[in-house]
Design a protein around this ligand. Structure first.
Ligand SMILES: [Zn+2]
Length: 301
């Protein structure tokens, strides 16, 4: 095997920045580049920017034949188009095909939640886990499933989308067209809205948690309800998937309450008399997106 053939090249395509990375086969970082996406300049510009970053990074991975790319949104299994991206000019486009043409290499595209889960299994806190579920708790709520070191997306590419499990018939309307989705209760904005609706002052999610920890009754009641719903929602996942580990990511994964009362709430609702599932904070933070993208291009374990 030629030197460097096992190197992994990954791109995290976000709304504000495009980040690229080259990893050695053992996960060591060899190079990293970051540029502005310039999304206001449109689709063709973004595709060209990604190709520029890949071209630059190929100096560190001259033999690689595949590029992993992670981006927000969901991929249609029907025609390969992207939807639900917050970079709206990408929606409805065959992004993987167009990138493959511009780059001249095979492109493996996954959403950012799947990349997060893969990164934590290959290089983070869930390293070596057979079945892992990665949770994103932030502005939105998402998830990704990794089995034997590979993303499990399913034939319709919806596996792991727990943010749109309905947990209440009469819950808030969701942008997806349903109501009472997990995301409408557990996202950061949902927690902030619940606190405001209960009479609390304007506060971000971390602020609500801090007020609750300081003993403020209103914040405590709102946070207790939020944690209880977290338990219900995640117990559903455990009942179906029974993963070896659940890794929490996204801004709200920094809330300590999840690793105490949160785990207790999952235990309360799981269909078992004990909860042995490890539920842990991510190890890679914001780096998980680009690291996971690179691991998309790896050989199976
Ligand atoms: Zn929804």
């Amino acid at each position: 095997m030629a030197a460097g053939v096992d190197r992994l090249l990954g791109i995290d395509l976000g709304g504000t920045k495009i980040e690229g990375i080259v990893l050695a086969g053992d996960g060591t970082e060899l190079a990293r580049r970051r540029i502005a996406t310039g999304r206001e300049r449109g689709y063709d510009h973004i595709v060209g920017r990604v190709a520029d970053v890949v071209a630059e990074l190929r100096a560190f991975a001259p033999d690689c034949r595949r590029v992993g790319i992670g981006t927000p949104g969901s991929l249609s299994a029907r025609d390969g188009t992207l939807k639900n991206s917050n970079t709206v000019c990408l929606n409805g486009r065959r992004l993987a095909d167009d990138l493959a043409r511009a780059i001249g290499l095979e492109v493996l595209l996954e959403n950012d939640a799947n990349c997060f889960a893969l990164a934590e299994v290959r290089a983070g806190v869930a390293r070596g886990a057979r079945v892992a579920f990665g949770v994103i708790l932030g502005t939105g709520v998402g998830g990704g499933i990794v089995v034997d070191g590979r993303v499990w997306a399913g034939p319709q590419h919806v596996a792991g989308e727990w943010g749109h499990h309905r947990i209440a018939d009469e819950g808030p309307d969701c942008w997806c067209g349903q109501r009472g989705c997990v995301e409408t209760f557990l996202s950061g904005p949902a927690l902030e809205r619940a606190y405001a609706a209960a009479g609390g002052p304007a506060s971000d999610a971390a602020g609500v948690a801090a007020r609750a920890a300081a003993g403020e009754a209103c914040a405590r009641a709102v946070l207790d309800r939020w944690v209880d719903r977290f338990g219900r929602a995640l117990a559903n996942v455990v009942n179906i998937l029974d993963p070896d580990v659940i890794v929490l990511g996204g801004g709200l994964s920094n809330l300590d309450v999840l690793y105490g009362h949160g785990i207790a709430a999952v235990r309360r609702y799981v269909f078992n008399d004990e909860l042995r599932t490890r539920i842990v904070r991510n190890a890679l933070g914001d780096a998980a997106g680009v690291v996971g993208a690179a691991w998309l291009a790896a050989a199976p374990v």
